[in-house]
Write a protein that binds this ligand. Sequence first.
Ligand code: GLN
Length: 202
Amino acid sequence: RPVIGVLALQGDVREHAAMLERAGARAMPVRRERELSEVDGLVLPGGESTTMSRLLESFELLEPLRARLAQGMPAFGSCAGMILLARQALDGRQDQHQLDAIDMVVRRNAFGRQVDSFESDLDVTGVDGGPLHAVFIRAPWVEKTGDDVEVIARVPHTQEPPAAADRIVAVRQGTVLATAFHPELTGDERVHRLFVGIVQEA
Ligand code: GLN
């Protein structure tokens, strides 16, 4: 079983750990550099990306995490975790750190007030067995992707309001995966299985 860390500075750490265990991994909370060095892959949970960026700095994890990502450690970020993994975040704070592990530009809180939170059924490339029920909570969307980024899910064409339809909400670049939604909250571990598979292959 691969050992997969869950960045445990903030956010829904327990839910991710439970899903990873169900998907066949051993989950381990990561708060220190030593713990980071022991994992085969890392989940960056949802929460608040500015706060998490600041906590990464105060726990002296920012540079070690950048180094491990540069060495090819697989990672999976959901929501705020997706924002942190991006090259650039729009509507972010000037001093927010980006891990630049996926060549994409994301927009924070993109879906706006009217649809602050919503749910939708998505087809996700690499996830078999029918549409995935996705929960979005003050979620970002992906505005721009580089050539090496594979778009693996978009909001359905029929989603209201029209501004939300067709938006990119899940991507993969090599061994790094990101979703704008929260697959840890729905009891469906297929996205975590996809990530465990990526870690096993790496
Ligand atoms: N809106 C949050 C941010 O900008 C993300 C929300 C979430 O992770 N559920 O960081």
